[in-house]
Design a protein around this ligand. Structure first.
Ligand SMILES: Nc1ncnc2c1ncn2[C@@H]1O[C@H](COP(=O)(O)OP(=O)(O)O)[C@@H](O)[C@H]1O
Ligand SMILES: [Mg+2]
Length: 324
C-alpha cells in the first residue's frame, strides 16, 4: 500500500438522503482519520447502510459532499472512488471458484489473466484461503465465504474498505474469531475501515472510533472508551448498554451497572439473577425504578444473594454521569 493511501481521510459534509417521506440520513457531518477502524453503530433503520452506500457510490445523496483524501468523490461512480464494499450476504458469484471471484474486479479493469491470477492467489493467501482456491462458494463455510468476499473487496487496493454488517451471518463463535482477524487485517493494510453493525460489543471491540446513529443523525462519535464512559445522551447510554439511566431531582444521569454496590437489607428487592461467568447480573427493583447491577462473581458469592432478597444500593457521586 502506498504512502498517499495511508494519509487519506474521509469527510462527510452535511450529507442527507431521503426515500420518499423517510429521511434515512439527516444532514450528518463526520471525519474519519487515515488508518482508523470506524464502527457505525445503531438500531435497525437508523441510516447506517444508507450512509455506507453513499460513501460507496451505490446511492446518490440528496445533498452534502463526500471527500476522500483530497478528492471530492460525491459524483464519481463506485469503481472510480478508491472505496470497496463488502456486503452482508457476501454476494459471491456461485459459478466461479475462489480465484476467479477474487480476480473479478481485475478482469473488469482489463488486467491480463496470468497477472490477475497471481494477484488473486496472493490475496487468497492473505485471507488464509489459498488451500481452498479451486472451490466454489457453495463448497465453503460461512466464514470461508467471508474471507473470499474480503479478498475480492481488497484486490482493488482501496483507500477505504466499507463493511455492512460483515459478521452478522456467522455463528457467535466464528463472529468473535473473524472480528479479531478483521482488526488484524485492517492494521496490516493500514487503510481505514468503516464497519456497520448493530452490535455494541462488536463496535467496542473493533473500533478506534465509534459513531452512534439514531434516526438518521449522529448522536455521538468518539473513542469507544469515551462513548462508553461519557455517553452524550439518554439514547447512547441505553443503546451502548452497561448503564442505568436514572431520573432524580429533575436530572437524568447514567450510572454504570458495575459501579453500583449492593448491601444486604433495604427497600429494594432482587427480582432476577443471571450468572454470566465472570460476573453476575442482578435485576433490582428499587422504589423509584428497576436497575441492573453487575457484580464480580467473588463479590456475589460472598452473599450469596437470592431472588426476593431485600437490598440497598449505593454508588459514588463521581460515577453519576449527567445526560442531556
Ligand atoms: N431503497 C430504499 N427505499 C426506500 N426506503 C429505504 C431504502 N433504503 C433504506 N430505506 C429506509 O431508510 C431508513 C434507513 O435505512 P438503512 O440505511 O437501511 O438503515 P440501517 O442500515 O441502519 O438499518 C429506513 O427507514 C429504511 O426503511
Ligand atoms: Mg443496514
Amino acid at each position: 500500500m502506498s504512502e498517499t493511501r495511508s494519509n487519506s481521510h474521509l469527510y462527510l459534509k452535511a450529507l442527507s438522503k431521503r426515500f420518499g417521506s423517510v429521511v434515512a440520513v439527516d444532514n450528518i457531518d463526520l471525519t474519519i482519520d487515515a488508518g482508523q477502524y470506524c464502527c457505525m453503530l445503531g438500531p435497525s433503520g437508523c441510516g447506517k447502510s444508507s450512509t455506507l452506500r453513499m460513501i460507496a457510490g451505490h446511492e446518490h445523496p440528496d445533498s452534502g459532499r463526500i471527500v476522500l483524501g483530497s478528492t471530492d468523490i460525491t459524483g464519481q461512480p463506485p469503481a472510480k472512488r478508491g472505496t470497496a464494499m463488502m456486503f452482508q450476504n457476501y454476494a459471491l458469484f456461485p459459478h466461479l471458484d475462489c480465484v476467479d471471484n477474487v480476480a473479478f474486479a481485475l478482469k473488469m479493469r482489463g488486467v491480463d489473466k496470468p497477472t490477475r491470477r497471481e494477484m488473486a492467489l496472493q490475496m487468497l493467501e492473505r485471507v488464509h484461503m489459498l488451500e481452498q482456491r479451486a472451490r466454489k462458494p457453495g463448497q465453503l463455510s460461512g466464514g470461508q465465504q467471508q474471507r473470499v468476499a474480503l479478498g475480492r473487496a481488497l484486490i482493488t487496493e482501496p483507500q477505504l474498505l466499507l463493511l455492512d454488517e460483515p459478521l452478522s451471518a456467522l455463528d457467535p463463535y466464528l463472529r468473535i474469531e473473524m472480528r479479531t482477524e478483521l482488526k488484524r487485517l485492517q492494521r496490516d493494510l493500514g487503510i481505514a475501515f468503516v464497519h456497520v453493525t448493530h452490535s455494541q460489543e462488536e463496535a467496542m471491540a473493533l473500533a478506534d472510533m465509534v459513531v452512534v446513529m439514531n434516526e438518521g443523525q449522529i448522536e455521538q462519535a468518539g473513542q469507544p472508551y469515551d462513548v462508553f464512559n461519557r455517553p452524550a445522551s439518554v439514547f447512547v447510554a441505553k443503546f451502548i448498554g452497561g448503564h442505568n439511566v436514572i431520573e432524580k431531582d429533575d436530572q437524568i444521569f447514567a450510572v454504570r451497572s458495575d459501579k453500583i454496590r449492593v448491601n444486604r437489607g433495604g427497600d429494594s428487592v432482587i427480582r432476577n439473577i443471571e450468572f454470566l461467568g465472570h460476573t453476575v447480573k442482578l435485576s433490582i427493583q428499587s422504589p423509584a425504578t428497576e436497575l441492573t447491577v453487575t457484580c464480580a462473581d467473588n463479590e456475589f458469592y460472598r452473599g450469596p444473594y437470592e431472588t426476593g432478597d431485600p437490598v440497598s444500593l449505593q454508588w459514588n457521586h463521581a460515577d453519576q454521569h449527567v445526560l442531556s
